[in-house]
Design a protein around this ligand. Sequence first.
Ligand code: SF4
Length: 405
Amino acid sequence: MQRPELLAPAGNLDKLYSAAHFGADAIYVGLKKFSMRSFAGNFSLEELLVGTDYLHKLGKKIYVTVNVLPFDDEYPELKKTLGELGDIGVDAVIISDPGLLSLMPKNVETHLSTQCSVTNAAAANFWFSQGISQIVLARELSLERLKTVASGAKGRLEIFIHGAVCIAWSGRCLLSLYSVGRDPRRGECAQPCRWPYRLAIEEEKNPTKMRFLEEDGRGSYFFDADDLCLLPFLPELLPLNIASYKIEGRTRSTYYVGIISDVYNYAINLLLSGQNALFAAEMPRMLKELHTASKRELSSHFVGHEENLLSSYHLDGSRVGGDQLTAGRITGFRGRHIEVRITNTFVVGDELELCQPGLKRKRFIVNEIKNEEGFDINRAQGGHLVLLPMINGAELYDLIRKPLE
Ligand code: SF4
């Protein structure tokens, strides 16, 4: 079995550093324009240059999504943008519009987006014959169908292994355009499938009296699918020799990309080194880690539940994800202190946990906090930079969080 590339998302440079630190082999990012996540923060060309240099020095790759469905009048600007990506030297551009193939710089690979819904080996081989180097398969494939595509395809395939999914064929949905005028084909989806809705019953004889049906105190989430999680399926997926495993979530936090990359990297390494028993024994801990970064329940969707997709929609409301656990991340060192960029408040006396690659976790008590100027403070507030006493073995980009129960 070959090691699949672990491909993580990054909406900005901090997330890129976090994903790389926690084991991603390649990172995909979007530009401020022409990417399917227009609201993900995204990269300027200057930031892209910084990120590309950083990843290449580590022997890792960077891919840029340019997977909108463009119109004729946008082609001149797209041609210029693709040329700039070639000059920067990114490793690949992910497209969904076949017209862009003619504009691709020679030094950059072209990958095909999941928006193209490739569901069979013949379609995959057609795209390979057109110059596509890697194909992101449709997310709507069962394990058996993944096997037949993988055995018949004559090129590199990529699958999503974790993250949010659409309730339509990926990205092919106009709900957001009709609801709020934001077009999913332009990377502007407001994700109304994840919103709470209220179902009202009106009494015919008393129209002023409305009754609302709600799943729980936070409302009703009728269309909100669970997040995809293929961690338990890795033993079946790895023998298929699919080249790349993709994590969804360019709008998600630095904590999310770090923890999700860490868990999958750890799990893949266990299985590739033949430690299947340890993989099974570690499953509860790994799933617990994934849940700390997930806003929804986790499901294997089409891979595990094709015959009963309803089981991938929890019917008891959405839930708040674990990002509230995050206390911060290490952004540097100053003498005998570490610099920590704070996400959520903590105070002197709290117990925190250092998260390091390889699922290493180390608890410690906060016995001192200094502000940026070096003065003692009692409380670290979200968004601020503070200094904490050195933690033995701490590294740049390690995460700090409130301990799991
Ligand atoms: S509204 Fe939901 S299903 Fe539709 S494109 Fe957006 S995320 Fe996908």
